[in-house]
Design a protein around this ligand. Structure first.
Ligand code: SIN
Length: 330
């Protein structure tokens, strides 16, 4: 018997086709400038997605906290009001304590060591550590090692005593500065420049690209090249949204993310060096290079933070992070 195609059936099939043809919209919000490693990564992601999945996926990029900022972006992601974010690793404390390993001062010798940890099993495991909160980590993106900027020259830990520092919302960072007698204020990235300019805080910690792109060097006369910690990102999506994307499209997106991650990570070190040089040429801040002994003094002063946070981060994770330095230390 021949199948009977009714008008209603035909309408339903047409509607389904129309619905299927609607592109998936990915809103990607972040808080930094477009010329930073993350800013460039977001734009490259948009370009590659729209070249390779035309009509299937569109990407809207919102830089500089123009859609969501530090205070509300993760909440918006968990409600699927935004589909991609790349918050700095210090901003996940509310969702997982383990990721705080990245905030421990002087744990990683350099960005290569950070990279090795992120590629190993423990590092990869952290990408899945927030799935019960409906947040899935898709990749790590580098920015760079943090430098200390201030209204006075910081050579030794005692120089920081009594200066107020802006920090990201991380208990580890709060404790890191407490070790050197420095009070802290948790301030959203969008407000850091104004807080330094109007004296709400006298210091901050940032990689070169964030200092330069937000003009912090124009209001901080001293920058100590301390490389005392890392500021990297986790590219995250809403778990239900991400796994709801049709498999073939998601696979293509994952391939693009791998490609963009490679590009961002290669460009990050270069961008930070270039931005350090521009700051030096601007001449508004003195860049202080520490001697090995001075750096060791900062390390010794801040080191108690590791023990303090071991119970919440996990001794196994801290140990795994320590083993990625070329020269392993206690
Ligand atoms: C960012 O790079 O996304 C901002 C980091 C910060 O809040 O310092």
């Amino acid at each position: 018997m021949k199948p009977i195609i009714t008008l209603a059936g035909l309408m339903l099939a047409l509607t389904a086709t129309v619905v299927e043809a609607e592109p998936i919209v990915i809103k990607f919000a972040h808080v930094v400038a477009e010329e930073t490693p993350k800013g460039k990564g977001a734009l490259l992601f948009k370009r590659l997605v729209e070249e390779r999945l035309p009509g299937q996926v569109t990407v809207e990029v919102y830089p500089n906290s123009t859609l969501y900022g530090d205070a509300d972006e993760l909440d918006a992601l968990s409600k699927n009001e935004v589909q991609l974010l790349a918050p700095s690793l210090a901003k996940f404390e509310q969702y997982t304590k383990q990721v705080q390993v990245f905030d421990l001062p002087f744990l990683f010798d350099d960005l290569d060591a950070v990279n090795r940890f992120q590629k190993r099993a423990k590092g990869r495991q952290l990408l899945r550590s927030m799935e019960k909160e409906n947040i899935t980590g898709l990749a790590y993106w580098h920015n760079g090692m943090k430098q200390l900027s201030a209204t006075k020259a910081l050579r030794l830990p005692s120089d920081a005593n009594g200066l107020a520092f802006r920090i990201q919302p991380s208990a580890v960072l709060e404790s890191q500065f407490a070790q050197v007698g420095a009070p802290t204020k948790k301030i959203a990235f969008a407000d850091v420049f104004a807080s330094l300019q109007n004296g709400t805080v006298q210091g901050a910690e940032n990689p070169w690209s964030n200092i330069y792109s937000k003009n912090m060097h124009t209001v901080q006369p001293y920058i100590t090249e301390s490389n005392h910690g890392v500021l990297d990102y986790m590219l995250v999506s809403n778990t239900r949204f991400w796994y709801g994307i049709p498999h073939s499209i998601r696979t293509e997106l994952e391939g693009i993310i791998n490609e963009v991650t490679y590009a961002v990570n290669r460009a990050a070190e270069e961008a930070n060096q270039a931005h350090r040089e521009r700051i030096r040429q601007a001449g508004t801040s003195q860049i202080i290079e520490l001697t090995a002994a001075e750096r060791e003094a900062w390390r010794e002063a801040m080191r108690p933070v590791w023990k303090e946070f071991e119970p919440v981060i996990g001794a196994d994770i801290i140990k795994a992070a320590q083993t990625v330095n070329r020269k392993q230390r206690d």
